[in-house]
Design a protein around this ligand. Sequence first.
Ligand code: 5GP
Length: 120
Amino acid sequence: MAYDSTNIFARILRGEIPCKKAFEDDHVLAFHDIHPQAPTHILVIPKGAYVSAADFGATASDAEIAAFTRAVARIAAEAGVEGSGYRLISNHGPDSHQEVPHYHVHILGGRPLGRLVTPL
Ligand code: 5GP
């Protein structure tokens, strides 16, 4: 799947639409989800143009991958959910209901989150 530079997160990265920023460095931007599903719901995105986890894992540089992984842990700690616990979700493709085709990880926490997926 080719990267679509008109996606909403690309527009946030370009500053065309606002976000409530939680973290930023050279490789990573994090901001609060517009429709939070938990008291803490932060989206972490790479600044590079990657469609999903598969694209990021296969084609991002080691520096980008290291920065991203470290940022996720740091953002969760700074959000105050390291002790109580949190869930990382990254949706890839149609079955996952990926809405925005720019790689992102959801950090969810601040309440008991239940089981991983709804049982069939
Ligand atoms: P996905 O289903 O792609 O994993 O999740 C996309 C997430 O992006 C959703 O949780 C949705 O609420 C969030 N989102 C969509 N548009 C915007 C926006 O304009 N601003 C922010 N902060 N979050 C958004």
